[in-house]
Design a protein around this ligand. Sequence first.
Ligand SMILES: [Fe+2]
Length: 195
Amino acid sequence: MGRYALQQFIDDAKKAAGQDCAPHQCVASIAPRMMRLLAEGERFLEDHHIESDSKQAARNLIYASEDDSLSLYVLVWQPGQWTPVHDHSSWGVVGVLRGLLEERNYIRMNPLQEGDEHIDLRPGGIILMNPGTVTTFVPNPDHIHETGASADGQGAMTLHLYGRNMDSYNVYDLWRRTRTRVNVHATNLDAISKE
Ligand SMILES: [Fe+2]
């Protein structure tokens, strides 16, 4: 089997996601392809794909489709960096390039309730992911989770493909029992704009 290049993965993902597939079909089709890309190690990455940020997990944009139907990021997690509790309103495929990624899941106890208030979340299980691991999620009900790298570990570097332009996501406040849409920005915006 020959090398599986980044552009080939993007083309395959576009084809898989462009066939009006249901979210569970999209992720089932793309997950093995991401696993194959991870097997290439880090050779498909360029310097501006792996920037880090001492204040928060760095979100390096690799690819965003013109119709906003797909986006691909490399996230660089320094030890102890965590997301807030969130969901993506989208399907996603996540693979680990380096280090150990932890995902903590939350279960919405009133999943049929509409709106952004009076949300009761209960902590669920966790997943620990090593290099080469691929995990996926689909929305409706929302996949609510927080992700990060242990403070006493080596950090992590991970690849994330989403079924939309992931420039915002829903952040949950467990104390106030609310959900808020928050805009998020790519760490490597300067490098991207020079391309
Ligand atoms: Fe997430």
